[in-house]
Design a binder for this molecule. Structure first.
Ligand SMILES: NC(=O)c1ccc[n+]([C@@H]2O[C@H](COP(=O)([O-])OP(=O)(O)OC[C@H]3O[C@@H](n4cnc5c(N)ncnc54)[C@H](OP(=O)(O)O)[C@@H]3O)[C@@H](O)[C@H]2O)c1
Length: 257
């Protein structure tokens, strides 16, 4: 059976990927920091779907941990056919804060780890002539809500560059640009998302099915749901001063009362 490695495979979107892939018969390698939760999720997938589920406890903001996961991706004895670079978190901090550790961590987990892991997967998959790399970007990447938007703009653009470099090798590369998704993300980051209307929210399971189908079809950019495809089309045709105005409103609405 084919093997997929999912970073952040224990919660939210990553967990939805793990469940959907297991249901489709994929064996899994799950990566996250919380070892106990990794064990619970892996056991659940094994018993529900009869697949194998390996776990790697790793903090992707730590370089040695990232290199350990990269090594797993390049192991010729047990080739990984699909990489889902999903681990990430929201940033609820000012760009002016003296303590920039959360901003640094965001760049480590959502940019550098993605770069290192995609490179490792791209090398081994292209040598074999097949494979898939799916990077979770965000529709936030087209607006300007602080460093999170900048980080996700990087993921979106980097993934398009990677798709170009791997074109013709048999490796299919897709960036997924979700809107808001109901997961632990907002609560973990201390972001108040309660004022957002119901229509902007996506369910992780739907997003994952669409993303996997888009990757199978060779699409480089996957924007789950018609309403978010429309929103992104409008966003891309809107003057940047208007985008900055909307982003300011959005950032203000997220502040806790
Ligand atoms: N939710 C949204 O509205 C939304 C929208 C667009 C894009 N996204 C993106 O989707 C991805 C997944 O987010 P989510 O909403 O599913 O979040 P989530 O529910 O909070 O899950 C995050 C997952 O990432 C893991 N993780 C976090 N930091 C990590 C680290 N330093 N090293 C290793 N694993 C780490 C977590 O496990 P541990 O805590 O055990 O490490 C968990 O499994 C992120 O890249 C996020 O930016 C989310």
């Amino acid at each position: 059976m084919a093997l997929a490695l999912v970073t952040g495979g224990t919660a939210g979107i990553g967990h939805a990927f793990a469940v959907e892939l297991a249901a489709r018969g994929w064996d899994l390698v799950l990566v996250a920091r919380d070892a106990a939760r990794l064990t619970t999720v892996a056991e659940d997938l094994r018993s529900r779907y009869g697949v194998t589920a390996e776990t790697i406890t790793a903090d992707l903001s730590v370089r040695e941990d990232v290199l350990r996961v990269a090594q797993r991706l390049e192991d010729p004895e047990s080739p990984v056919e699909m990489l889902i670079n999903n681990a990430g978190f929201g940033i609820h901090a000012s760009l002016l804060d003296k303590d920039f550790s959360i901003q640094e961590k965001a760049l480590d987990v959502m940019c550098l780890a993605v770069l290192i892991l995609s490179g490792a997967a791209g090398r081994s998959m292209s040598a074999r002539g097949h494979g898939s790399i799916i990077n979770i970007g965000s529709s936030s990447g087209i607006i300007t809500t602080g460093n999170y938007s900048a980080v996700k703009a990087w993921v979106n653009t980097y993934t398009e560059g990677l798709a170009n470099e791997l074109r013709g090798t048999g490796v299919i590369v897709t960036a997924v640009l979700p809107g808001w998704v109901r997961t632990e993300f907002h609560e973990r980051a201390g972001i108040n998302a309660s004022k957002l209307p119901g229509v902007v929210w996506l369910e992780a399971d739907d997003l994952v099915r669409e993303a996997l189908d888009d990757n199978e079809r060779g699409k480089v950019l996957s924007v789950p749901s018609m309403r978010w495809r429309t929103a992104l089309w409008v966003g891309r045709h809107t003057p940047r001063p208007v985008i900055r105005w909307v982003s300011r409103k959005l950032s203000n609405s997220r502040k806790n009362p």
